[in-house]
Design a protein around this ligand. Structure first.
Ligand code: NAD
Ligand code: DAU
Length: 380
């Protein structure tokens, strides 16, 4: 690919997007990086304060559903790469308001694809050197079961992983070939968008790539998601609403490792391929919550574990998927990516970041969000 590139990163003011924008702006001074974001409740330009004055970076406030505006941007900026992260991303919100998810995640993605198609097909070289990279989730694959091989209690290690540290709660994993089986309105909308991306390759020959990643954690995550929400609640000694019995399993990856994977795949991934991204790092919610409580307590100078009594079991999430576990062997083997951080290091770094950046957190959690949060958890 060319050394000079004009790239749009959608959703760059959100959690993962801001890490991707930062990585690309710092690593590729010759690229022209455009951060396109509508700045919904989840978008926050404070996430990118450290790079906002950089000459290879520009922010554009735009809705991905605005076809005309995006088509114009493609032409004006001679865009040759799209890295698409903009989405409605929170499962609980999708249960309350599925329409917004269909609109942004499905129609918004389709709008970007169609605008990119019209622009790239109008060029003499057409799709040569172009790339449309769509960031998706492991949730499209549905839910895995928690199985106990005879005589062994989970977690147990598995041969499916190249990592020595892998613990698993079942024998099966999500592979790139796993059939889609989404359960929540969020995952259904992401599945719909993935299908459109692949259809644009198969029908028009657009050079697309799709990746499906597991749960991310790290700095700048909106505090409606488990880890930042709980860190903030522990700090303020507020109850920690654990859904159901807290036994659901998620597979956690440090967000900067996801951003590094996106960089590697954008540059070296094969067109029309799918890559799973994950760190072979499964945790039951209740176990990760206990680690977070102990870490916050220790870093705040409290007695380690003294806030355990904040754990409050509440009504389960509707349709709550039991277990996610990604097999990322293909990405590790074919493109040489692997996670850089052990979970213990990652969680320490993450908790420390939120405690050191209380102003960032307080700006988000005051005002309207406070009202939304109270409404969301009323009756739980
Ligand atoms: P986020 O909610 O933190 O950020 C989403 C961003 O998209 C925000 O900046 C928001 O303003 C923007 N946005 C929303 N609607 C828009 C619209 N109509 N037009 C333009 N911008 C809009 O999300 P995130 O957690 O950073 O997730 C980013 C992407 O990665 C999503 O596509 C999500 O499905 C996927 N993903 C997330 C995770 C995770 O653990 N967070 C894991 C796997 C995949
Ligand atoms: O797997 C990738 C997905 O991970 C992404 O596609 C989504 O965008 C992202 O939001 C995340 O989805 P989850 O639903 O897994 O993340 P969340 O942080 O909302 O919840 C993690 C687990 O913790 C889940 O089993 C529900 C539970 N939970 C969550 C919250 C917010 C609680 O028990 N209590 C809570 O208050």
């Amino acid at each position: 690919m060319a050394s000079k590139r004009n790239i749009v990163i959608t959703g760059g003011a959100g959690f993962i997007g801001s890490h991707v924008v930062r990585l690309f702006v710092n690593k590729y001074p010759d690229y022209n990086i455009i951060n396109l974001d509508k700045l919904t409740y989840a978008g926050n330009l404070a996430n990118l304060k450290d790079i906002e004055g950089r000459t290879n970076y520009k922010f554009v406030k735009m809705d991905i559903c605005d076809f005309d505006a995006f088509y114009q941007l493609m032409q004006d900026e001679k865009i040759d790469g799209v890295i698409h992260l903009a989405a409605e991303s929170h499962v609980d919100r999708s249960i309350k308001d599925p329409f917004t998810f269909a609109k942004t995640n499905v129609m918004g993605t389709l709008s970007l694809l169609q605008a990119a198609k019209l622009y790239w097909e109008s060029l003499p070289e057409k799709y040569e050197g172009k790339r449309f990279y769509h960031i998706s989730t492991d949730e499209v694959y549905g839910a895995l079961s928690m199985t106990h091989p005879e005589g062994i209690e989970p977690p147990f290690s598995t041969t499916a992983s190249s990592s020595e540290h892998h613990l698993a709660y079942g024998e099966d994993f999500f592979y790139e070939t796993t059939k889609y089986n989404p359960h929540s309105p969020y995952s259904a909308s992401k599945a719909g968008s993935d299908h459109f991306v692949r259809a644009f390759h198969d029908t028009y020959g657009m050079p697309t790539i799709v990746t499906n990643c597991s749960n991310n954690y790290g700095p700048y995550q909106f505090p409606e998601k488990l880890i930042p929400l709980f860190i903030n609640n522990i700090r303020h000694r507020k109850p920690l609403p654990v859904y159901g019995k807290g036994e659901n399993v998620r597979d956690w990856l440090f967000v900067e490792d996801h951003a590094r994977a996106i960089d590697v795949i954008f540059h070296n991934g094969k067109v029309a391929e799918t890559y799973n991204i994950g760190g072979f790092n499964e945790w039951k919610n209740i176990d990760i919550i206990k680690v977070v409580i102990k870490t916050v307590d220790r870093l705040l100078g409290r007695r380690e574990g003294e806030d355990m009594d904040l754990i409050t079991y509440v009504t389960d999430r509707l349709g709550h998927d039991a277990r996610y576990a990604i097999d990322s062997t293909k990405l590790q083997r074919e493109l040489g990516w692997e996670p850089s951080l052990q979970f213990e290091e990652g969680i320490e770094k993450t908790v420390k970041w939120y405690l050191d950046n209380q102003e960032w957190m307080d700006n988000i959690t005051s005002g309207d969000y406070e009202k939304y949060y109270e409404e969301m958890y009323k009756g739980k």
